[in-house]
Design a protein around this ligand. Structure first.
Ligand SMILES: NC(=O)c1ccc[n+]([C@@H]2O[C@H](COP(=O)([O-])OP(=O)(O)OC[C@H]3O[C@@H](n4cnc5c(N)ncnc54)[C@H](OP(=O)(O)O)[C@@H]3O)[C@@H](O)[C@H]2O)c1
Length: 286
């Protein structure tokens, strides 16, 4: 199987390069393929003629997205669209990664997670761009996978766990919100699941996160416990933090569909966390 991976130097992109290691991989970072460059996308897909394009390229700084929604739309919505149209010309499939941020994040009855058939209602520019990207791909290419994931942490990228460990070492104290709940998802586990999905070949939209749920506060407490970090962790709220972009409070994604099509479940987030800390050298490998 020939696989073209975009955004290959990002945290998920790097783990995808590993996960598809037994395949013929063409891994392209932004300097080798800017997904906003329509002509470059068509030329690249035509010359590589992949079986599958795995699009992990995106603008992911949620607060910065508020300042330049037009650029974000170009990368997160038009990028997947150009890729879908280019895939159509060579008969390739497109897997593009989307986000829990397409949902409003209101608390759902019975504590259920968002499923693939719930209506999207993003609350910030990043979420709007991801929802637009999804729609453009769906309308363009029947042979697609749209994978919504959440709270991504990879060993080779910036994420809450590495950021909080750094802050704790520098300042001895961290403040973490406890009013957003989701499913921390570890890039290595997700990348393996993406390959399973591609091999299974089930098209459409699917939610893939590590199992279980917690608040950001719970995640940082668990990470600090695992590495014996003694810094104090102060619980705060989204309002107190005052970030530019609104964030969904309830971000849990339902994994029923993923399990039903044989791609899920992913390991529990606590297991994924241990794996991340081992990869980071914060814990001895088990
Ligand atoms: N991070 C999360 O918590 C999270 C949650 C849910 C869903 N997701 C989705 O998961 C996917 C992977 O996210 P990630 O955390 O791995 O993000 P990441 O570490 O920020 O990686 C994204 C990569 O995309 C590249 N990129 C940006 N603009 C590009 C362009 N115009 N053309 C080509 N490449 C471009 C970036 O390159 P430069 O660094 O050189 O700009 C970066 O290497 C994205 O679709 C994201 O929306 C992420």
């Amino acid at each position: 199987m020939k696989v073209l991976i975009t955004g290959a130097s990002g945290q998920l992109g790097r783990d995808c390069v590993d996960a598809f290691g037994d395949d013929e991989v063409v891994a392209l970072d932004r300097h080798h393929l800017d997904v906003t460059d329509e002509a470059a996308v068509f030329d690249m897909v035509a010359s590589v003629t992949p079986d599958v394009v795995v699009n992990t390229a995106a603008v992911t700084d949620v607060d910065a997205c508020e300042d330049d929604p037009e650029r974000v739309h170009r990368v997160n919505a038009l990028g997947p669209w150009w890729l879908a149209r280019a895939c159509a010309t060579v008969g390739a499939r497109l897997l593009t990664v989307s986000s829990d941020y397409v949902f409003s994040g209101e608390w759902l009855a019975d504590g259920r997670g968002w499923n693939e058939f719930d209506p999207v209602a993003p609350v910030n520019a990043y979420g709007r761009s991801k929802a637009a990207g999804e729609q453009l791909v769906r309308e363009t290419l029947r042979d697609h996978h749209i994978v919504r994931t959440a709270w991504l942490c990879g060993a080779r990228g910036d994420n809450v766990v590495t950021t909080m460990l750094r802050w704790a070492r520098e300042h001895g104290e961290v403040a973490v919100v406890d009013d957003q709940v989701g499913s921390p998802t570890f890039a290595r586990d997700l990348a393996a699941a993406l390959r399973r999905l591609v091999v299974a070949g089930r098209p459409g939209t699917v939610h893939l996160t590590n199992a279980g749920q917690c608040s950001w506060f719970d995640l940082v407490v668990a990470a600090f416990e695992q590495v014996g970090m003694e810094a104090s962790i102060v619980a705060t709220t989204s309002a107190q933090l005052g970030r530019r972009a609104a964030r969904p409070a309830w971000s849990v994604l339902d994994g029923t569909h993923a399990a039903a099509i044989g791609v899920g479940p992913l390991p529990h987030w606590r297991e994924g966390l241990v794996g991340l800390l081992e990869e980071l050298g914060e814990r001895p490998a088990t």
